[in-house]
Design a protein around this ligand. Structure first.
Ligand SMILES: Cc1cc2nc3c(=O)[nH]c(=O)nc-3n(C[C@H](O)[C@H](O)[C@H](O)COP(=O)(O)OP(=O)(O)OC[C@H]3O[C@@H](n4cnc5c(N)ncnc54)[C@H](O)[C@@H]3O)c2cc1C
Length: 350
């Protein structure tokens, strides 16, 4: 999605918080609210560059009909409303980062490390990682792995890396168009290639792209990539074929391929938690895993009778927050209260 929804914390530093949430899907977002209601601060990590999880990535425009008291709401609207609802609690977002390691520090806290070098410590961790981390589908081009990570990439983690590059963007969805438009001002030259003339991206992005093509600032090719030419991991050009059988040779030193995403459990499988059917086993009272202080809610949680529904995840977030309270404020009595009588929250909202 082209629109920037939240401010993102730059990667690489160490942070302390009360609860680390892995996953900014609808359930991870609502967990911020339930924790906030109890005076608990949260930091939230997601591998994607935007919050919303499956709602934004897989069905942003589909109407969801089973959110209580809301007759119909799209995945994108639900995400925006959740962000609006949790805004008073000022959660810190670590986006474009994958939580890769969980370990315990000497002071008894949990520490999460990400693949971008960020570390976050907290007395409790809440895994809300849904179906797992979204990982890129690789393009079906022979030998593509020879260039991966050096001159062929499946995501943009830091835009500046691509300054003054001769870039070929491959794909026809939102990511391909968003990055074509975003990188055009800083690239030396930018080409876009898609196998069909129709694009799956937001109409506004398609219009903007077409305008830049007619101004000669983006070169558009409707063709299929056949071969990557280059040596020692460095791409020089790409051979592509049009529907009519014409061969194109497109010069580039960088290729960005956006062929969609699949979901994999990923590094969470190595966190040392009890797994069941490729999900994390939890109790139904606290949503706590086999490891004290580590909770799991939403689609990734496994317990008898679990339904993979947003509303189930919302309920689980409330139970998790009440249990996490005792790790964050040991010895403090938790006074149950309704939001209608939570004066501190009302003060923040009004
Ligand atoms: C087409 C479709 C239609 C649906 N319709 C409905 C419906 O009508 N009603 C309904 O209730 N439900 C519906 N669902 C299901 C609903 O979307 C899920 O139940 C919901 O998204 C689960 O939310 P979640 O927050 O648990 O996980 P997700 O939405 O999957 O979010 C998890 C997030 O965690 C991130 N993540 C995972 N691993 C890591 C890691 N290691 N590091 C960093 N980030 C990580 C992922 O990138 C992702 O953003 C639908 C699902 C689909 C696919």
């Amino acid at each position: 999605m082209a629109e920037k929804l939240v401010d993102v914390v730059p990667p690489g530093d160490h942070h302390e918080t009360d609860v680390i949430i892995i996953g900014a899907g609808p359930v991870g977002l609502f967990a911020v609210f339930e924790l906030g209601l109890l005076g608990i601060k949260a930091r939230i990590i997601d591998i994607l560059d935007h919050p919303g999880g499956q709602c934004i990535e897989l069905y942003p425009e589909k109407p969801i009909l089973d959110i209580p008291a809301i007759k119909s709401i799209t995945g994108e609207q639900l995400t925006k409303q959740l962000l609006d609802q949790i805004q008073p609690f000022e959660p810190a977002f670590h986006l474009n980062e994958m939580a890769t390691e969980l370990d315990r520090t000497d002071d008894g806290k949990w520490r999460i490390k990400t693949d971008m070098g960020t570390t976050i410590s907290a007395p409790a961790v809440c895994i809300a990682a849904g179906g797992g981390s979204f990982q890129p589908k690789k393009p079906p081009i022979p030998g593509v792995e020879r260039f991966e990570g050096q001159s062929v990439f499946y995501a943009v983690r830091q835009r500046e890396v691509f300054r003054d590059k001769t870039i070929l963007v491959a794909g026809g969805g939102d990511s391909a168009l968003d990055w074509t438009l975003n990188l055009e001002p800083i690239a030396k030259k930018i080409d876009l290639i898609h196998r069909r003339p129709d694009f799956r991206a937001a109409p506004d992005s398609v219009e903007k792209m077409e305008a830049l093509v007619s101004e000669g600032r983006i070169n558009l090719h409707i063709a299929q990539i056949k071969e990557l030419i280059g040596e020692d991991g460095q791409i020089d050009s790409v051979v592509a074929e049009t529907k009519e059988g014409e061969h194109l040779n497109i010069q580039c030193d960088t290729m960005l391929a956006f062929y969609g995403l699949t979901m994999k459990l990923g590094p969470i499988a190595e966190f040392g938690l009890n797994l069941k059917e490729n999900r994390i086993a939890v109790d139904t009272e606290k949503l706590e895993t086999s490891v004290p202080g580590v909770f799991c809610i939403g689609d990734m949680a496994f317990y008898p009778g679990k339904l993979k529904l947003i509303l189930s995840g919302f309920h689980e977030a409330a139970l998790m927050a009440h249990a996490a309270f005792h790790y964050v404020f040991p010895g403090k009595k938790l006074k149950f209260q309704h939001s209608t009588s939570a004066k501190s929250l009302q003060a923040k909202i009004n």
